[in-house]
Design a protein around this ligand. Structure first.
Ligand SMILES: Cc1cc2nc3c(=O)[nH]c(=O)nc-3n(C[C@H](O)[C@H](O)[C@H](O)COP(=O)(O)OP(=O)(O)OC[C@H]3O[C@@H](n4cnc5c(N)ncnc54)[C@H](O)[C@@H]3O)c2cc1C
Length: 389
């Protein structure tokens, strides 16, 4: 039997693509080496899957071509996916910053996608190796089967212990597509011995604004025994390159807060004023790094402003990140210049498609990466159905 498409990878992007193509009449086979479909969906969002973000737009993604994602994101939007979730009776809620989660379980999202695949007569073959891929006479051969189209939906190498691999890049190179150097993203930073005092306050979290270069995110920061984590740190990690400084504003409006404290309690020590706003363990560590006047009443405006500046730009030089073992996504990937933004088809290789995390489109933390999986999967699914003619 000849398929219209073989889709490599039964993750969010592959399953969405398969369901859309299948429901439009295409004969579709999905192949995955894992024993379960949608494994990353199952563990996402603490088991509740942050399946999209109400604010999704191309500006929430990193890519060498920041415009590439626009077409797919605008043709299959967060509202389209939410509509599907609601049609399946899955209860959901908004947490913060437009992030939508299942009330109950991420398993419902996988079940929904598999039900949509079934509706389209899609065959999903798990525990199956792709094997070598060949392309001859307009046909693709993979996993012992033949098809007129091949979709690379095998994601990136983040969390290898879950079966994630870089096979997407090998396949892309086999077909002459450039790969933008992959790197771990949405990943905690590691700190060195100079910052041992901060590693010792592992578990302390603060609302903060983290900054790397021009990228800044106002969300919680978390000190860990290895370095820095929490949403704001994960967000800026996607923009970080080795050697760059990470700045954290741990106390917004610090100058006003310190002056107000001086007026209210001139005999108090500065530490006491900071402890009104920051966790005590952090204040102790800050007191070692920042020169603090002992008594507030004795501190000049200039001295307080100096302290404020340090609190607003606490600077770290990470030794690195925790790498693919802990990265929620992989940034970089198959160069978008090689793909049509409308169909995800390789411009120079008819019938070859690449979707989801395998492509050089990387979302912020907060449901954006799944929305890219759904949108790019939908776009390719439509195109595969259309090419049947
Ligand atoms: C812990 C964690 C939590 C996350 N939480 C969220 C969240 O809440 N919201 C959000 O938007 N994003 C989240 N993400 C990111 C999100 O999971 C991914 O961006 C998304 O799953 C990418 O979808 P995909 O279909 O492109 O790839 P994947 O979901 O990675 O699917 C790829 C599939 O290909 C298969 N595969 C890989 N290599 C091979 C091979 N050699 N042979 C055969 N099959 C292969 C894999 O088994 C897998 O099933 C999270 C990621 C992690 C790791």
């Amino acid at each position: 039997m000849e398929y219209d498409a073989i889709i490599l990878g039964a993750g969010g992007a592959g399953l969405m693509c398969a369901a859309v193509a299948g429901q439009a009449g295409a004969r579709v086979l999905v192949v995955d080496h894992a024993p379960k479909a949608g494994k990353k969906i199952l563990i996402s969002g603490g088991g509740r899957c942050n399946f999209t973000n109400t604010g999704t737009e191309a500006a929430n993604f990193l890519s060498e071509n920041p415009h590439f994602a626009k077409s797919a994101l605008s043709r299959y939007t967060q509202w389209d996916f939410l509509g599907l979730v609601q049609a399946h009776g899955i209860a959901w809620h908004e947490k913060t910053l437009g992030q939508l989660f299942c009330d109950e379980s991420a398993r419902q999202i996988v079940a929904m996608l598999l039900a949509e695949c079934e509706k389209g007569g899609v065959e999903v073959r798990l525990s199956t190796e792709i094997g070598g891929v060949r392309h001859a006479d307009g046909l693709y051969h993979a996993a012992g089967e033949t098809a007129r189209a091949l979709v690379i939906a095998t994601g990136g190498p983040s969390i290898p212990k879950m079966g994630a691999t870089g096979v997407a890049y090998d396949l892309a190179r086999q077909f002459g597509l450039r790969v933008v150097t992959p790197r771990p993203a949405l990943v905690p930073f590691t700190l060195g011995e100079d910052d041992a005092a901060f590693k010792a306050i592992s578990g302390v979290a603060v609302p903060a604004v983290a900054r790397v270069g021009d990228a800044a995110f106002a969300e919680a920061a978390l000190f860990t025994h290895r370095g820095l984590s929490g949403p704001s740190m994960l967000q800026v990690s996607s923009y970080w390159s080795s050697g760059q400084a990470v700045e954290i504003n741990v106390l917004q409006g610090a100058a006003e807060k310190l002056r107000a404290a001086r007026a209210r309690m001139p005999r108090a020590r500065l530490k006491a004023a900071l402890a009104e706003h920051l966790p005590k363990r952090l204040v102790e560590v800050l007191a070692e790094r920042i020169t603090l006047p002992t008594e507030l009443g004795n501190a000049s405006d200039a001295a307080l402003d100096g302290v404020a500046r340090q609190l607003e730009a606490l600077t770290f030089h990470p030794t690195g990140t925790e790498g693919y073992a802990k990265a929620e996504v992989t940034a970089g990937g198959i160069d978008t210049a090689a793909l049509s933004s409308k169909t995800m088809e390789a411009r120079a290789v008819p019938g070859l498609y690449a979707i989801g995390e395998a492509v050089d489109v990387t979302g912020w933390l907060g449901g954006y990466n799944f929305q890219w999986a759904w949108s790019s999967g939908w776009a390719a699914g439509q195109a595969i159905a259309a090419r049947r003619g």
